[in-house]
Each structure stands twice: as C-alpha cells, then as structure tokens.
Design a protein around this ligand. Structure first.
Ligand SMILES: N[C@@H](CCC(=O)N[C@@H](CS)C(=O)NCC(=O)O)C(=O)O
Length: 255
C-alpha cells in the first residue's frame, strides 16, 4: 500500500484515475509471492501513484488467466509489461526517464533472462519437487474444499509440468536444470555488482524486475533447492535486499 494511506487520489493528483492492483497475495512466508505482482507494486510506489491492492488467490479469473492486472475506470489491464507501458504513459514517460537506449536494451535482456527463464526454474523448484510440493498445496490451495484439495492441486501440478516441458527446461535432468540456474544467477550476479543499482544510484523498473524475481527465490520458506543455490551469489542477495529497502516494499512478510 502507498505509505500515505490517508491521502486521497484527488488530494495528490487530479489527473490520475483510481487504480486497483490485483495481485496473487501471500504464501510461503511471503506477503507477495509473485515476482510480476511485486514488481508492479514497487514501480507504482516509486512513481508515487496512489493505488489499492486487491488480493485474489485464483488467477484463472484474471483477464488472461494470470496476475497481476490493473482495474482502472472499470477496465482491466493484464500483464506486468503492458501495465508498465501504461504507467509510463500516464506519468508522461517517468518509468523510462533517464535510461539510455543501450541501458534499456541491457535491461530488457536481463528482464527476459529473469522472467522468461529463471522464473520457470523457480516455479519448478516449488511445484515439481516432490518434497516441496506440500508447501504449494498449503500456500495456494486453501481455497479448495479440503476433500478435493489434493485432487485440485495435483491437477494444477500436471499443468505446470506440461508448461515446463513445453518451455523446454522440463526436458532436462535436475542436474542440468541446476546448471542453467547457475549460469542465470552468475549473469545476474555480474550484472548487478557490489553496490548501487543497475544504471544509477536510484533503482528503476529493471531493478524492480530483477529484485522481484530474486525475492521470490531467496525468501520463500522453507527454502527450495533453488534458494539454496542462489545463496551462493552474495552480490545478488545484497542487491535484492538493497532494492527492496530503498523502495520500502518487500516480498517477504517481515522486512
Ligand atoms: N507475463 C505475465 C506473467 C504473469 C504470471 O505468470 N503470473 C503468475 C503468478 S507469478 C500467474 O498468474 N500464474 C498463473 C498461471 O499461469 O496459471 C506478466 O508479466 O504479468
């Protein structure tokens, strides 16, 4: 939530519409368990845009079956990338202000690495590890009636397995998946460095993107095999905390 919760939208900026950010909510000792939802929460906070959060545990009811989405003036806008473009538009270009074309190219490439590759390994480390899967059932399927909970959760798990397989990563052995994860993590470790943020002394959309994916990996409890692997990347861990601390928005329940 915005820090100044008592202030109304009209107090602050008459030109901005009332915005609701629909997110997945908490699980695994995390307040916001979805990197895409956390990224948008950080971005809106950094832009000082007033908004409310509405947690909906079932993404199937979202416009594109995924969270987050925005509700603005009775319309629904899905996908964190499209939401980012929209926020850039209503703030007259603040989201990407001051980021050079070259930095932007680098930022987009890191985004794809984090959100379209490493993210899937994170999903698999939660859903497809037999020992960890009971946490998914507890964290995501409390809304299902107890009698059918196992059935519903296992059906969803089969879908995740199928998607992971189609993505391609699911066709590799666990050892090979660890290797892919290590190369992703090393690239991010080298990209973020030991201090500051990606492109300046203030974090921007690309920092929110990377730190949100990494928060999901570092902060889910109990740790997954990917959490344990990521703890070897000390710069990345410190950076993930630095971005969240700077903006005052954390994925985990207790900052
Ligand atoms: N490209 C989408 C990805 C969003 C996404 O994958 N959200 C996950 C939660 S972290 C979700 O809703 N998954 C439900 C599903 O895939 O069925 C974005 O950037 O918003």
């Amino acid at each position: 939530m915005p820090s100044n919760q008592n202030e109304t939208i009209s107090d602050r900026n008459n030109s901005l519409p009332a915005i609701v950010l629909v997110t997945l909510g908490g699980a695994f000792e995390m307040r916001n368990v979805s990197p895409f939802c956390l990224k948008i929460e950080m971005l809106m906070h950094s832009l000082d845009i007033p908004f409310e959060i509405d947690e909906r545990p079932d993404p199937r009811k979202a416009p594109k079956g995924k969270l987050p989405y925005l509700e603005v003036d009775g319309k629904r806008l899905a996908d964190s990338d499209l939401i980012t473009q929209y926020l850039d538009q209503i703030t007259q270009g603040k989201v990407f202000a001051g980021i050079s074309a070259k930095d932007s190219a680098y930022g987009v490439a890191l985004t794809r690495l984090a959100e379209d590759h490493l993210y899937w390994i994170m999903v698999a480390s939660r859903w497809l590890d037999d020992d960890w899967f009971p946490n998914v059932v507890d964290g995501f399927f409390q809304i299902a009636p107890a009698l059918v909970r196992g059935l519903v959760a296992n059906g969803a798990r089969r879908q995740v397995q199928k998607t992971y397989d189609l993505q391609g990563l699911g066709r590799h052995t666990l050892e090979e998946q660890r290797g892919f994860a290590e190369r992703d993590l090393q690239a991010l470790e080298d990209a973020v460095g030991a201090q500051g943020f990606l492109f300046s002394d203030t974090p921007n959309i690309f920092d929110f993107t990377i730190s949100s994916v990494m928060a999901g990996i570092y902060d889910n409890r109990p740790p997954t095999w990917l959490t344990s692997l990521a703890l070897n990347y000390k710069n990345l861990q410190a950076y993930t905390d630095r971005v969240q601390a700077h903006i005052g928005i954390y994925g985990r329940e207790k900052p």
